[in-house]
Write a protein that binds this ligand. Structure first.
Ligand SMILES: C[S@@+](CC[C@H](N)C(=O)[O-])C[C@H]1O[C@@H](n2cnc3c(N)ncnc32)[C@H](O)[C@@H]1O
Length: 173
């Protein structure tokens, strides 16, 4: 394999992982495993009754830990490479699915209880509006947990380490 071919492959992988996200949303950086464990143990203890939606599920680490806590977990991931990697990783894990879709156009299922986001600061308002719209559409209160970023408008119910937990109640418009 020539040097030029190797450089082209590295460039193509880089574009696949990061390029499109300059326009669509956060690039791929996984949440820390230990932090997710602590979140689902201490800030929002998960149970079998929960259905977690991970907006931009990356390599599937959040889905894996959520399922290990007994919850159902759905990841929405735009990048087909990451979606495929996570599907392979979660092959033996029950109650987990990964949907290849832009999360802005995804309709949350009625069973949704908590929405996980590790996004970008600049996208927060849009994401917040998305969760509010889904709570309105489902006529259901949803919990919304953000890793690393605080809402510019909502007051968190609780905070823990790098997590902010919000309660999004439906609004009649
Ligand atoms: C910071 S990573 C977080 C991954 C995972 N949630 C975690 O916490 O480990 C953000 C992910 O969102 C995905 N993403 C960005 N914009 C998206 C969009 N509009 N729709 C679906 N996925 C998106 C990226 O491909 C990336 O995998």
């Amino acid at each position: 394999m020539s040097f030029l071919t190797i450089i082209s492959i590295i460039f193509a992988i880089f574009i696949l992982f990061y390029g499109i996200f300059a326009f669509t949303g956060a690039p791929y950086v996984p949440s820390h495993k230990q932090e997710i464990e602590l979140l689902f143990k201490n800030l929002y203890p998960l149970s079998k009754k929960d259905h977690v939606i991970d907006l931009g599920s990356g390599d599937g680490i959040v889905l894996k830990i959520a399922a290990e806590h007994g919850a159902k977990a759905t990841g929405i991931e735009l990048n087909p490479v990451l979606a495929t990697i996570s599907r392979l990783r979660l092959k033996k894990t029950k109650n987990v699915e990964v949907v290849i879709q832009n999360f802005y156009s995804y309709h949350f299922p009625k069973s949704t209880t908590i929405v996980y986001l590790f996004g970008l600061d600049r996208d927060f308002k849009r994401m917040e509006a998305k969760v509010q719209n889904e709570a309105n559409r489902l006529n259901k209160t949803l919990y919304f947990v953000s890793y690393g970023f605080e809402s510019p408008t909502m007051k968190p119910e609780k905070t823990y380490r790098a997590y902010f937990l919000y309660k999004v109640t439906p609004k009649i418009i």
